[in-house]
Ligand binder design. Structure first.
Ligand SMILES: Cc1ncc(C[n+]2csc(CCOP(=O)(O)OP(=O)(O)O)c2C)c(N)n1
Length: 320
């Protein structure tokens, strides 16, 4: 019925598509590509593939496209991203969050008036990947840079893209005040419970007992406190805002996440309020897990502590 095309040079062999395929039509090839990764192959026939697109939805590397039986392309890689291959580790969901954000901007027709602000962290090179104008901010300061751009040019769509070390640790003050001022920017907050770029140190969002390079015995909540629920914290502010949390750990949740990110940008487009989407995201390398294990760890360990959903909407009354 359908077929998929895998770009073997883009593939980092994370295997997320193998797990996502409901019909087991994808497997590791026997070959490695020029970048040294064992890539994946589509092993089925057109009759076997339902064209559900979940393989492409979970691919962090823009490596899969899908066609239906009339040879019409049903999953097209977004023009909101450049063709650059990312530096992210295999299975890291930063690539998924990039793609979803770019897809939303493309579908809303906002690409040509959007400016992004990249953080310090693994996504420091986001400006190489988004096909839009971008600033690079000092560590944690993306909301201040975004505030300046948005106030100077209110017609721009301005978003920050930040990790949990960047946003919740060194940038904790910045985000709190940007949200409290009700800056009409959008914040994409990628919570992977660790400092990825610098080698896996504990973040304010690390889980109780989570082993990191700075908590080798596991995070001790007696001395370091509990993981910070930033969405709930921001939602407690009186200033109107859209605050939500989604997850990028599998296809079903990634599709829901896209709806939240779309809502966030719609609120900015309509000049309504500050909008913020926290994304639970994986860091297989620093968690010491395979990509598949990391997706499961997120679901079983992070999700119960960080519930998904919408915590605040501008049209719903805030507590007095
Ligand atoms: C002023 C300053 N302090 C500390 C650092 C070191 N540093 C770079 S990235 C980072 C944290 C990155 O973690 P996170 O924001 O969670 O993003 P991730 O890499 O996990 O995506 C730190 C502490 C720095 N570059 N600048």
């Amino acid at each position: 019925m359908s077929r998929i095309e895998i770009d073997s040079i883009r593939c980092k062999g994370c295997g997320r598509c193998i797990t996502a395929c409901p019909k087991d039509l994808i497997e590791f090839s026997q070959e490695i590509n020029d970048r040294g990764y064992t890539y994946v192959d589509f092993t089925g026939h057109q009759e076997d593939c339902s064209g559900c697109t979940l393989c492409a939805v979970v691919c962090p590397d823009q490596g899969i496209e899908v066609w239906n039986f009339k040879d019409k392309q049903t999953f097209v890689n977004t023009t909101g991203l450049t063709e650059n291959m990312t530096h992210y580790c295999p299975g890291c969901t930063h690539g998924v969050v990039h793609r979803i954000t770019a897809e939303v901007l493309e579908e809303l027709g906002l690409l040509d008036r959007t400016v992004g602000v990249a953080p310090v962290g693994c996504s420091v090179l986001a400006y190489e990947y988004f096909n839009i104008d971008m600033f690079e901010a000092a560590h944690g300061r993306a909301p201040a840079v975004a505030t300046g751009a948005k106030r100077a040019r209110p017609n721009l769509i301005v978003f920050t893209y930040q990790g949990d070390g960047d946003l919740a640790s060194i940038g904790g003050n910045e985000i709190l005040h940007a949200a409290n001022r009700g800056e009409k920017i959008t914040v994409i907050f990628v919570n992977n419970a660790i400092y990825g770029m610098t080698g896996g140190q504990m973040a304010p969002t690390s889980m109780p007992n989570q082993k990191t390079t700075t908590s080798p015995m596991g995070r001790d909540v007696e001395t370091t406190g509990y993981p910070m629920r930033v969405s709930e914290l921001l939602a407690s502010l009186k200033t109107p805002a859209f605050i939500a949390r989604g997850s990028a750990h599998d296809g079903k949740h990634s599709l829901k996440l896209k709806k939240l990110i779309r809502q966030a940008f719609e609120y900015q487009r309509d000049n309504t309020c500050f909008s913020f989407v926290e994304v639970l995201s994986t860091c297989p390398t620093n968690w010491g897990l395979s990509p598949d294990e990391a997706d499961k760890w997120l679901e079983t360990t992070m999700m119960p502590y960080y519930p998904l959903g919408i915590f605040k909407q501008p049209d719903v009354a805030s507590p007095a």
